[in-house]
Structure formats: structure tokens, C-alpha cells
Design a protein around this ligand. Structure first.
Ligand SMILES: Cc1cc2nc3c(=O)[nH]c(=O)nc-3n(C[C@H](O)[C@H](O)[C@H](O)COP(=O)(O)O)c2cc1C
Length: 206
């Protein structure tokens, strides 16, 4: 039995791409998991990306195909990754989701597993609000929300500054973007991928 797992992300400076790779690694641990990564279309003009330094960083994942809204109907589980923008998802991700009205009309995503991971610049910059406000859209689509249970002990790591929430994996990019996802954060992201895939497998098995 094959389980179609789509990881759909937006990343401006690469942190969410790195996290998406870890989520995919975790999901691939599950028997039958057919895992693929997609990015949503960019909305920011090239000149602005060039000026902020994002353009060069985005070359690292320019090979990742662009997601089409209709492809979500083929998934058994969809794991979304978005950086925060003022405590919410990015406009790029919102724009993509706002093109899933046709899927909503058909109930095409009802009963599929949905999960979210994120990145912020700062420790208290809105990880939980970004993930839980994203969940609202997934619930409107009839999806079954899966987070990261505390059976992942790294959520309780107090030895270092770290992302990782029961709502979904997360990383801290730092205000200048120089911090990269830590091993603790990447391990939680792998856990999320595996956990989602296991649940999707159980649901499909019936
Ligand atoms: C317009 C804008 C708003 C942002 N809002 C927040 C915020 O509310 N809290 C925060 O911690 N970081 C905020 N950030 C920082 C981004 O979340 C950070 O650049 C991102 O998590 C890095 O992920 P990426 O490398 O995948 O793009 C903001 C960045 C931009 C450009």
C-alpha cells in the first residue's frame, strides 16, 4: 500500500526548506510512504528578493517543483511549512491556499491528514499562532490535524534555546537569519514527518 505524502512549503531564506527536508526524511521511514516536496509560487518581485539577499539563498531549493492546488486531492497527508509573517502564515502560502476553493467545494481534502511546521526570527515571535491559525484553514477543508505529541521528548529540552511545539515543528532563524535549524529542531521535524505518515498509513489501512 502506497501512502502519498506531500510536503508543501514556502521559504524565503532557506530555513523552512531545511526543515522540510527533515520532515521528508522522517516520513520516508514509514513503509509505503511516497514522499514528495513542493514549494508554493513566489509573489515577491525578483528585484526585492535580490536586494534582501534571498535570491541567492533560494537557489539552494530552486529545483523543488512548484505545487499546483489540484494535486492536493491525490495526497493522503499534506504537511505544510511556512515562515511566520507577523504571527501568521506568509502571503505566498495564503495565496496558494486561497486557490483551493474548488477542492473545498468538492470536499476533496476531507479526511486527509494535515500538519504544519514553521520558522520565526525570534523565540516568541509567533510560532504557535502561525501554526494554530493555519489549522483553521485545514479544519475548513475537513482535514484531520496532527501535531507533535510529547512522546517526542525533545519538546522538553531546556538545555538550549530551541524551537519545537506540540502544534508542529519549528525553528528559530534569528533576526538576521544567521541561525540554522539545530539538531534538536531537525529531530522534531523528522518526528513530525514520521508521525504524520504513520497516522496516514493507519487511516488508509482502515
Ligand atoms: C514581513 C515579515 C514579517 C515577519 N514577522 C515575523 C514575526 O512576526 N515574528 C518573527 O519572529 N519573525 C518574523 N519574521 C521573520 C521570518 O519569520 C524569518 O525570516 C523566517 O522564519 C525565516 O524562514 P525562511 O528562511 O524559511 O524564509 C518576519 C519576516 C518578514 C519579512
Amino acid at each position: 500500500m502506497s501512502i502519498n505524502i506531500q510536503i508543501i512549503f514556502y521559504s524565503m531564506y532557506g530555513h523552512i526548506f531545511t526543515m522540510a527536508t527533515a520532515v521528508a526524511e522522517g516520513a520516508r521511514q514509514v513503509k509505503g510512504a511516497d514522499v514528495s516536496l513542493f514549494q508554493v509560487p513566489e509573489l515577491v518581485p525578483d528585484e526585492a528578493l535580490e536586494k534582501s539577499g534571498a535570491k541567492a539563498l533560494r537557489d539552494k531549493f530552486s529545483h523543488i517543483p512548484i505545487a499546483e492546488p489540484d494535486q492536493l486531492a491525490d495526497a493522503d497527508a499534506i504537511i505544510f511549512g511556512t515562515p511566520t509573517r507577523f504571527g501568521n502564515m506568509t502571503a505566498q502560502m495564503r495565496n496558494f491556499l486561497d486557490q483551493t476553493g474548488g477542492l473545498w467545494m468538492k470536499g476533496a481534502l476531507v479526511g486527509k491528514v494535515g500538519s504544519v511546521f514553521t520558522s520565526t526570527a525570534t523565540q516568541h515571535g509567533g510560532q504557535e499562532t502561525t501554526i494554530t491559525s493555519f489549522h483553521t484553514t485545514l479544519l475548513h477543508q475537513g482535514m484531520i490535524i496532527v501535531g507533535v505529541p510529547y512522546s517526542e521528548p525533545r519538546l522538553m529540552n531546556m538545555e538550549e534555546i530551541t524551537g519545537g511545539t506540540p502544534y508542529g515543528a519549528s525553528t528559530l532563524a534569528s533576526p538576521d537569519g544567521s541561525r540554522q535549524p539545530s539538531e534538536n529542531e531537525l529531530a522534531i521535524a523528522r518526528f513530525q514527518g514520521q508521525h504524520v505518515a504513520e497516522i496516514a498509513r493507519k487511516l488508509k489501512q482502515g
